[in-house]
Design a protein around this ligand. Structure first.
Ligand code: FEO
Length: 395
């Protein structure tokens, strides 16, 4: 396997993980992923930016064959899918210094067997001359973890951004081809790991806007030769208005809750509101997370099980709470057999979602006409809420 040239003196030396289907034991990867590492050569110095997941360390080492000397290894992000091969690389290049942010030094020291004397800590804005070209380090925290930073090759305007602007796609193509596909994958990725940090990410985007960036090379997925495409998408995700959409995350055991869910979905569509339904026991949680990025309303549909919400609904609520979506309205619908505390328990699970709670609809057993009318009332309340938010409901 060869290094692949992406620009003069810049080579991709990463690995494509075609078969990986789960990340962090949590996140589905329907399209696999890649771990992008880059070799940047100046007149005087050679730099490796990030490494690959340890499972594919052999791929990186093979792509580096023939490279006799690396002066600096930059670790933009301490997570092991990029840092895990650092010990092997540093062993192969014993003269290389490990360039990190201050926080990354501490985290890497906790996570990996790395000798303290190998670290070279750089400050926000510090430059590293390579001979004829310069790397500038720009702290961009919380584009997953708190220690993340970006590196800008100033003369060419190439930004190495680690997880920022990345996407989980395994492909033989290095650059964005199908923008729609990359948009979907990047939005999913943003939803899964960055949505909770929207405020700081918005600041990072503004910080980067001071630079003339011509190419963005993230650590996962396609490289952006039209960076405005992905920067605009991020701007929308972090601070755009919500969409006139309801996320209807539901589970039903014997069909009663399903009748409520279907009635609500129908009523919303008739009233001009987009609906995305997720059957929780079988849904792809990445798809659910992606829809939460900009949905104005979340409704959880659940039967009562053992006096509380169905575990699938509890899991969805826990996940949504952790992701802190910007929803404006929240409600619960469901059927129960003889009692329970479903509404109280679910409501207590989502303190991070700062949404107005619309009157839940719980019914005993099979929903009757009055129950379905109450569901229609919830649809009306959602439409009214969306109108208050200036969304084009009621069309
Ligand atoms: Fe791709 Fe947060 O590591």
């Amino acid at each position: 396997m060869q290094a692949r040239k992406i620009a003069e003196g810049i080579h991709w030396v990463g690995a494509v993980d075609w078969n990986r289907r789960l990340f962090d034991g949590l996140i589905p990867l329907p399209d696999g992923t890649s771990y992008n590492a880059y070799l940047v050569q100046g007149d005087d110095k050679t730099v490796l930016i990030d490494t690959v997941d340890p499972a594919l360390e052999g791929v990186l080492l093979e792509r580096l064959e023939g490279i006799e000397k690396i002066d600096y290894v930059v670790s933009l992000h301490a997570e092991q899918d990029h840092s895990g091969t650092l010990p092997v690389v540093l062993e192969r290049y014993p003269q290389a210094q490990l360039v990190v942010s201050k926080k990354a030094r501490d985290m890497l020291a906790d996570l990996l067997p790395l000798a303290p004397e190998r670290f070279l800590v750089v400050e926000d804005g510090q430059q590293l001359p390579l001979g004829g070209r310069t790397l500038k380090f720009i702290y961009t925290p919380w584009v997953h973890w708190p220690e993340t930073m970006s590196a800008l090759l100033e003369e060419e305007g190439v930004l190495f951004s680690c997880d920022f602007f990345g996407s989980h796609i395994a492909s033989s193509e290095l650059f964005v081809g199908d923008q729609g596909r990359v948009y979907e994958a990047a939005k999913r990725y943003f939803a899964e790991i960055m949505m909770p940090f929207r405020t700081v990410i918005a600041k990072n985007i503004e910080k980067l806007s001071a630079y003339d960036i011509k190419m963005i090379a993230p650590s996962h997925g396609a490289i952006h030769r039209q960076p405005q495409f992905i920067v605009d998408a991020y701007r929308q995700w972090v601070s755009g208005p919500p969409a006139n959409r309801v996320v209807l995350a539901h589970v039903s055991m014997h069909g009663s809750t399903q009748l409520l869910v279907d009635r609500l979905a129908e009523g919303l569509v008739e009233r001009g509101v987009e609906v995305e339904k997720f059957d929780l026991p079988v849904t792809d949680i990445g798809k659910l997370a992606m829809s939460l990025v900009d949905a104005a309303t979340i409704v959880i549909g659940t039967p009562t099980v053992l006096a509380g919400p169905h575990p699938a609904a509890a899991y969805a609520a826990f996940l949504a709470n952790a992701l802190r979506p910007p929803a404006r309205f929240l409600s619960i619908i469901g059927s129960y057999g003889w009692g329970g505390r479903t509404v109280e328990m679910l409501s207590a699970m989502v303190p991070n979602i700062k949404a107005e709670v619309l009157e839940p609809v719980l019914c005993r057993g099979l929903p009757g006409p009055e129950d379905l009318q109450r569901v229609d009332g919830l649809a009306e309340a959602i439409v009214a809420g969306h109108r208050r938010e200036g969304l084009p409901a009621g069309g």
